[in-house]
Every structure is written in structure tokens, then in C-alpha cells.
Design a protein around this ligand. Structure first.
Ligand code: HEC
Ligand code: HEC
Ligand code: HEC
Ligand code: HEC
Ligand code: HEC
Ligand code: HEC
Ligand code: HEC
Length: 402
């Protein structure tokens, strides 16, 4: 949304819009241009404000993957080890290794290469941690107002430093630019300098880490004001009250595959048609499971979804809490199905209870290679959201028949 939309509102609001915009422009310095603040931020308050009244939700939310998906670097937030011996990533290139160091002024990645007898090294500081660590983490660094991805990531299953996903083993590549769509899925906000679609320049101070309440509920300032004054107007979006398609859009911002933004990815407000802000996922008609996959498209292929007009992600997930229990989630199947309707029931009886998801939404190896490490290739295991009957060979762990 352009700041000039404020014009339609009364003069006071216009003043705030302009004042805020001017502040941001000052912060940005001489390099900023008109497209810098394509997102109107004055209606956003941040999570702290919500905590005062929704303390229970805020407390359970604070440890979720959404909340922790981007963090400032600390000894706790960075999962890889800096201990002597564990802080080195050797590569397939005998002349190149990486070293990770905790120093008083921050945490560093250094590439050390010895080519033609001359040692050379390059060090950059880990400035932003991306990934809660459910699967892994990757790290970003600032060069002026430009954001780049670092060559070494951490992968949880291997409990080890690895080459960053998509990087070639044996190369020291510090040049991968981080463009807004990446931040749009892992942060609450970043003010772009230049193109909000393709530039890797941001105002460093503008970054809001973690996914905030307002990414799914929209700007909350009016609601906070109304509730504080004990007025009855609610003025905030409850996704449950949107049509199903718009509810799904809220999640599809980030779970609808890699969609190219048409404008600043942070300008989308829940309730809007997502296709106005992003091009549809064009990765093909048959979405596959993968870490940056498309849970929305897979769910939409399911007969459960097609024949249940009210089914949404919330049918199974409460995003205000950690969602790691397929047994508990299998209980959600029974809100629509009886266990007896399952063809396996006569054979396995009550052993199928709690295992519905294991057979009908199996965990499968992603086709995308996360990292190659000393000749080994790491693949990720992901949950297939296409609910259907799978051949036994595609199911990870079957409960034994009676
Ligand atoms: C001063 C207290 C207060 C603050 C601060 C507050 N809320 Fe609320 N909120 C309430 C109350 C009270 C209700 C229930 C209103 C009702 O049902 O009439 C509510 C309802 C809601 C609803 C449900 C709306 C609906 O239509 O069902 C959502 C979503 C919500 N709040 C989100 C937030 C978020 C996000 C924040 C932070 C940006 C926030 N609230 C800050 C008091 C507050
Ligand atoms: C369209 C939204 C989207 C974009 C764009 C995106 N991600 Fe992700 N990313 C996700 C989602 C959703 C997950 C979790 C998926 C899952 O667990 O299956 C994820 C997972 C991850 C993880 C693993 C986190 C963990 O511990 O589970 C890392 C690391 C990561 N992304 C980094 C990046 C980086 C770096 C970029 C940009 C270069 C990027 N992502 C771009 C949505 C996105
Ligand atoms: C990833 C998206 C997402 C995030 C982040 C999120 N919510 Fe929600 N919230 C939802 C959805 C979806 C619903 C509707 C759930 C349903 O269908 O019952 C909801 C419902 C609510 C409700 C009203 C229903 C109820 O159970 O009382 C409140 C209040 C609320 N959220 C507060 C918050 C607060 C506070 C935060 C931040 C600490 C937050 N939410 C973060 C998606 C989100
Ligand atoms: C702003 C982007 C964004 C939005 C909006 C979003 N998600 Fe996510 N979601 C992510 C990312 C990124 C991850 C992986 C975080 C990580 O592990 O680092 C994730 C993880 C998850 C997980 C795994 C949780 C866990 O405990 O491991 C579930 C389930 C999920 N999302 C469901 C939803 C649903 C349902 C909605 C809509 C109500 C939604 N998400 C909206 C970005 C988003
Ligand atoms: C909101 C209701 C609802 C929920 C929740 C639900 N389903 Fe369904 N499911 C349906 C409907 C409706 C159909 C279509 C019935 C038909 O094919 O006649 C269906 C069809 C199916 C089918 C047949 C699919 C096919 O392609 O033939 C399977 C298997 C299934 N569901 C399993 C599950 C499992 C397992 C869960 C939980 C992980 C689940 N369902 C959750 C409503 C639901
Ligand atoms: C019928 C139930 C059901 C529905 C509906 C559902 N999920 Fe899931 N989801 C699951 C189960 C089961 C898991 C596995 C939890 C675990 O093992 O950690 C899961 C896990 C996830 C994860 C973690 C990634 C992974 O590969 O394990 C993400 C992200 C996610 N769901 C997103 C979504 C989104 C977005 C929607 C809506 C488009 C959605 N889910 C709808 C059952 C469901
Ligand atoms: C051991 C794996 C397994 C488990 C666990 C399992 N199912 Fe099934 N389910 C199957 C298989 C295989 C079929 C197909 C049987 C056939 O066609 O004879 C099936 C069929 C179904 C169908 C009927 C699909 C149709 O239209 O023909 C439904 C509905 C269903 N299961 C739901 C469930 C629910 C709900 C649970 C959990 C209570 C569950 N299943 C647990 C393997 C499993």
C-alpha cells in the first residue's frame, strides 16, 4: 500500500503518515528513493502490545517455529558449535575450509584457502539467524545496507555445519544476495531500499525478526487502542472469520510454494486476495513435498479438502502452539471420519488410531538436495499434505497388524 493512501483518511492520520515517512527517509540517508516505504507501517504495533491482554497465546507462541524463524545472533540462537575442533567445515576442495568463531564483537564465518602456496581468508559476521532449527539454520551478513547469505549453514539432523543449501561444495561464495521474498517468509518486516522485489538493500534498523502476530492478524494499532479504551469495536482480523479461500491465503503467503512477489511482500494484509500481491506458484501442476514446498497446493489436491467446504489449515493446526505431534493431529481426522471406515481397520483395529497421518500423510524424502557434504548428499524429510491412500512402500513407519 502506498503511503499516499492516507489521503483518504482525515488530516491527522495524513500528518502521521507523512511524519513517519519522513523519519524513515532520514534514517535511510541519501540513498533512499520514493519506493523505500512502499508498505504503510504506522498501523502496526509489534507483538509486545498484544502480550498485555493475550498473555496465554503470546506465551505459547513465543517458543514456536514461526516466532523463532529469524533471530539476532547469540550463543543460544546459533545452534552450530564454536568449540575447538567442532567449529570447522572441511570441503571437498583440499585447499579450502571454513572456520566459525565466537569473538567478543560477534560470531564469524571465515573461509581459509591455500591456493598456489598463498594463504588467504575472508571473514564475515553472522548478523541474522534464519531458521528455528527444526530442520536447520542459515546465516546472513550485512555489507553496508546490503544483505548476503553466508556460505556455511547448520543442519539439525546431522548436528553439523554444512555448505549452505544450493551452494557448491568446495567454493567460498559470499556473494549470494538476499532479496525480499526470502525475508518476507522468515521475518515480520524489512524496509527495502530500492526495488522491494529484487534489491538486497534494506534499512538495517528496520528489520523486525520472527513472524509476528500481525503477519496473520493484520495491523493491530486500532484494535489495541479500542481495547485499551474499552470500546467494543474489535478492529482486528480473525482469520477464522474470513472465507476459506482468504484463510488459506494467510498461510499461502509462506506455505504456497515459492511465489514471486508483484510488490513489497510485506504489504499484503490478511483478508486481501493473495494473487494481487504474488504471482501464482508456477513450479508445475503436480506439487511435490519439499522444504520450500507447497503445503497449500498439496492439501488442495485432497478429497478431504475438496469435499469439505470449511476445511482449512486450522482444522489440524493451532499456530499459536508448536505443531510437532502427528498422533495428536491424527485425532483431527476423527472429527470427519470414523476409524472403522479405514480399510486397514479390520486388520489392525485400534492400532491405527494415532497413526492416520503416518499412513495417509506420510513423511517422505524431499527431492531437493539440501547440501552435499564430503560427497554425501543430505535430503530432508517432509510431511506430504496430500491426504490419500498411499502404497505401503511410500509409508515410513507402519504399525504392525494384529
Ligand atoms: C487492551 C487489551 C488488548 C490488546 C492490547 C490486544 N487485544 Fe486482542 N482482544 C482483546 C479483547 C478483550 C478481545 C475480545 C473482543 C471481543 O470478543 O469482543 C480481543 C480479540 C482479539 C482477536 C479476535 C477478534 C475476533 O474478531 O474474533 C484477535 C485476533 C486479537 N484480539 C488479536 C490481537 C493482537 C494481534 C494484538 C496485538 C497487536 C491484540 N489483540 C492486542 C484485547 C486486547
Ligand atoms: C515462500 C516462503 C519462503 C521463502 C521465499 C523462503 N522460505 Fe525458508 N522456509 C519457509 C517455510 C514455510 C519453511 C518451513 C517448511 C518446512 O518445515 O517444511 C522454511 C524453512 C527454512 C529453513 C529451515 C528452518 C527450520 O529450522 O526448519 C531455512 C534455514 C530457510 N527456510 C531459509 C531460507 C532462506 C535463506 C531463504 C531465502 C534465500 C528462504 N528460506 C526463502 C518459507 C520460505
Ligand atoms: C501464523 C499465523 C498466526 C500468527 C503468527 C498468530 N495467529 Fe492468532 N490466529 C491465527 C488463526 C488462523 C486464527 C483462527 C484460528 C481458528 O480458526 O480458530 C487465530 C486466532 C486468534 C485469536 C482469536 C481466537 C481465539 O482463539 O481466541 C486471537 C485472540 C489470536 N489469534 C491472537 C494472536 C496473538 C496475540 C498472536 C501473537 C502472539 C497471534 N495470534 C499470532 C493465526 C495466527
Ligand atoms: C510469514 C510467513 C508465514 C506465514 C504467514 C505462515 N507461516 Fe507457517 N511457517 C513459516 C516458516 C518460515 C516456518 C518454518 C519456521 C522454522 O522452523 O524456522 C513455518 C512453520 C510452520 C509449521 C511447523 C510448526 C512447527 O511447530 O514446527 C506449521 C504447522 C505452519 N507453519 C503452519 C502455518 C499455518 C497453518 C499458517 C496460516 C495460519 C502459517 N503457517 C502461516 C512461515 C509462515
Ligand atoms: C473436515 C473434514 C475432514 C477431515 C478433518 C479429514 N477428512 Fe478425509 N475426507 C473428508 C471427505 C469429505 C472426504 C471425501 C469422502 C469421499 O471420498 O467420499 C475424505 C476423504 C478421505 C480419504 C480418501 C481419499 C481418496 O483420495 O480417496 C482418506 C484416505 C482420508 N479422507 C483420510 C483422512 C485422514 C487420515 C485425515 C486426518 C489426517 C482426514 N482424512 C481428515 C473429510 C475430512
Ligand atoms: C488433516 C490435517 C492437516 C491439515 C489440514 C494441515 N496439516 Fe500441516 N501437518 C499435519 C501433520 C500431521 C503434520 C506433521 C506434524 C509433525 O510430525 O511434526 C503437519 C506438519 C506441517 C508442517 C511442518 C512441515 C513438515 O513437513 O512436517 C507445516 C509447515 C504444515 N503442516 C503446514 C500446513 C499448512 C500451511 C496447512 C494448510 C494449507 C496445513 N499444514 C494443513 C496435518 C495437517
Ligand atoms: C497402516 C496404515 C493406515 C493407517 C494407520 C490408517 N489407514 Fe486409512 N487406509 C489405509 C489403506 C491402505 C486404505 C485403503 C484400504 C483399501 O482400499 O482396501 C485406507 C483407507 C482409508 C479410508 C477410505 C478411503 C476410501 O475412500 O476408500 C479412510 C477414510 C481412511 N483410511 C481413514 C483413516 C483414518 C481416519 C485413520 C486413523 C484413525 C486411518 N485411516 C489410519 C491405511 C491406513
Amino acid at each position: 500500500m502506498s503511503p499516499w493512501c492516507g489521503r483518504q483518511i482525515f488530516a491527522g492520520a495524513l500528518f502521521i503518515v507523512l511524519a513517519l515517512n519522513a523519519d524513515l527517509l532520514l534514517l535511510a540517508g541519501p540513498q533512499s528513493d520514493a519506493s523505500t516505504t512502499s508498505t504503510n507501517r504506522q498501523n502496526y504495533t509489534g507483538d509486545k502490545a498484544c502480550r498485555a491482554c493475550h498473555s496465554e497465546k503470546a506465551a505459547s507462541y513465543s517458543t514456536t517455529a514461526h516466532r523463532l524463524t529469524s533471530q539476532a545472533p547469540t550463543k543460544e540462537s546459533i545452534l552450530g558449535s564454536f568449540a575447538e575442533g567442532k567449529n570447522v567445515l572441511k570441503t571437498s576442495n583440499p585447499n579450502l575450509y571454513f572456520r566459525m568463531d565466537a569473538k567478543p564483537d560477534g560470531f564469524y564465518q571465515t573461509s581459509v584457502s591455500a591456493s598456489s602456496g598463498v594463504d588467504s581468508s575472508r571473514s564475515e559476521r553472522m548478523d541474522v539467524v534464519v531458521g528455528s532449527g527444526r530442520r536447520g539454520q542459515t546465516y546472513l551478513y550485512w555489507k553496508g545496507d546490503q544483505l548476503f547469505q553466508l556460505p556455511v549453514s547448520y543442519w539439525t539432523d546431522l548436528a553439523a555445519w554444512i555448505n549452505s543449501p544450493g551452494y557448491r561444495d568446495g567454493d567460498a561464495n559470499f556473494e549470494k544476495r538476499v532479496i525480499p521474498d526470502c525475508l518476507g517468509c522468515h521475518l515480520s518486516y524489512a524496509a527495502a531500499v530500492g526495488s522491494p522485489i529484487s534489491s538486497n538493500r534494506y534499512m538495517p534498523e528496520s528489520l523486525v525478526l520472527g513472524i509476528s502476530c500481525e503477519r496473520c492478524h493484520g495491523p493491530g494499532r486500532q484494535h489495541v487502542g479500542a481495547m485499551t479504551d474499552e470500546k467494543s469495536a474489535v478492529n482486528i482480523i480473525n482469520p477464522a472469520k474470513l472465507t476459506r479461500d482468504r484463510q488459506i491465503d494467510v498461510c499461502a503467503q509462506c506455505h504456497g510454494g515459492l511465489r514471486t512477489p508483484r510488490k513489497d511482500p510485506f504489504s499484503y494484509v490478511p483478508g486481501e486476495l493473495l494473487d494481487k500481491s504474488f504471482r501464482p506458484d508456477d513450479s508445475g501442476p503436480a506439487p511435490t513435498t519439499d522444504v520450500h514446498g507447497n503445503q497449500v497446493a498439496l492439501l488442495q489436491l485432497s478429497r478431504c479438502y475438496q469435499f469439505s467446504p470449511n476445511m482449512s489449515c486450522s482444522t489440524c493446526h493451532d499456530v499459536h502452539q508448536t505443531q510437532r505431534d502427528p498422533v495428536a493431529i491424527s485425532g483431527r481426522c476423527l472429527t470427519c471420519h470414523r476409524a472403522e471406515a479405514c480399510g486397514e481397520f479390520p486388520k489392525r483395529r485400534e492400532k491405527i488410531l494415532g497413526n492416520c497421518a503416518n499412513c495417509h500423510m506420510p513423511v517422505q524424502a524431499s527431492n531437493v538436495i539440501i547440501s552435499s557434504l564430503k560427497g554425501m548428499q543430505a535430503r530432508e524429510l517432509v510431511r506430504n499434505h496430500w491426504i490419500r491412500v498411499y502404497p505401503a512402500s511410500r509409508i515410513d513407519s507402519l504399525p504392525p497388524p494384529n
